[in-house]
Ligand binder design. Structure first.
Ligand code: SER
Length: 314
């Protein structure tokens, strides 16, 4: 029987990954840990990922077999405290990798990101193997993390698997501190205020993905036989690419009074350093990846679910 720990599990991705894992493995077998209190969760543990003694204790006490290591500081908020971001993102991962090296856990999931892209990364159809020289400390920590995963796999046989997520769009839990967060905020403001002030320019095209696709990709990657997982740094992963102007148009087709203004801030420069579209053919070949949600599906799903969620405010 698998026993799973999801670190940083109260965040945008974790809160929905937890639901999917619990459906499969049972609530009692999936522990959510986070640095902030999550009182309503039936199987929650408070954990600062830098506390490696406590991390090891949880793993030993609960017989944890797999860790989905989501705890990290994202691209935009990471720039406010580079040293802390490096510490959290890097040392958290090394502690988790060491648990597998020491034989305590069998499998690890590590999320990487389009934030590993940089100035010299090809901007269209970014290949799996190319120049990754990121400009943010978040990106630096993630590309370094990928290399450490590959190292632990080759040197110690650790079964660690990873995908490079695009921006993730979801309505249940808001993202925090990312550059792609606008693509979630825009829906909240469209419904609550009827307008949105975008921190990226109208034509900033970025790769994005609906949360259901992101969760399914994660589970499919983790469930495939080990021999299918040929890349042990991290797989390119893609679904759709669009600009703020394009998503605004889709919203206007459904909410005709919606208006958008553009006021780019420091996040514009971060977004400019990332690619516009990704070649994820190796994920599709090696473990059968395929996305389901296009921009129309995402817009419909976000608006209908947020209308219900926010109905008291509308
Ligand atoms: N969504 C993330 C960010 O914007 C990218 O991994 O930081």
């Amino acid at each position: 029987m698998e026993k799973i720990l999801v670190t940083g599990g109260a965040g945008q991705l974790g809160s929905e990954l937890i639901l999917a894992l619990r459906l499969k493995y049972g609530t009692e077998n999936v522990i959510l840990s986070d640095i902030k209190e999550s009182n309503n969760d039936p199987n929650f543990m408070m954990l600062d990922i830098l506390n490696k003694v406590r991390l090891r204790e949880i793993v030993e006490d609960h017989g944890i077999t797999q860790i989905y290591h989501l705890a990290a500081i994202l691209s935009a908020s990471g720039e406010w405290d580079p040293k802390k971001t490096w510490n959290v993102n890097m040392n958290g991962l090394i502690s988790v990798l060491n648990l597998a090296k020491d034989g305590l856990i069998k499998k690890i999931f590590f999320p990487s990101t389009i934030a590993i892209h940089g100035q010299y990364t090809p901007k269209q159809n970014t290949p799996q193997f190319t120049d990754f020289s990121p400009s943010t400390v978040y990106g630096i920590s993630k590309i370094s993390g990928e290399l450490w995963c590959n190292y632990y796999h080759n040197r110690y046989g650790v079964d660690v698997r990873s995908v490079r997520y695009p921006g993730i769009i979801s309505w249940k839990t808001k993202p925090h501190g990312g550059t792609t967060d606008y693509a979630v905020e825009i829906f909240y403001d469209a419904i609550e205020k009827g307008s949105y002030e975008c921190f990226l320019s109208a034509e900033t095209k970025l790769p994005m993905m609906y949360i259901d696709d992101a969760i399914r990709a994660t589970l499919e990657l983790m469930e495939n036989p080990a021999e299918n997982i040929k890349i042990r740094t991290s797989y390119n992963l893609a679904a759709v690419s669009f600009t703020p102007a394009e998503i605004a148009k889709k919203i206007q087709e459904r909410l005709p009074k919606f208006s958008i203004q553009y006021k780019p801030d420091f996040r514009q420069e971060i977004a400019n350093s990332w690619s516009q579209s990704i070649d994820d053919s190796l994920a599709r070949t090696d473990w059968g990846w395929n996305h389901n949600f296009d921009l129309d599906d995402i817009t419909d799903t976000m608006i209908s679910n947020l209308k219900i969620k926010l109905q008291d405010n509308v």
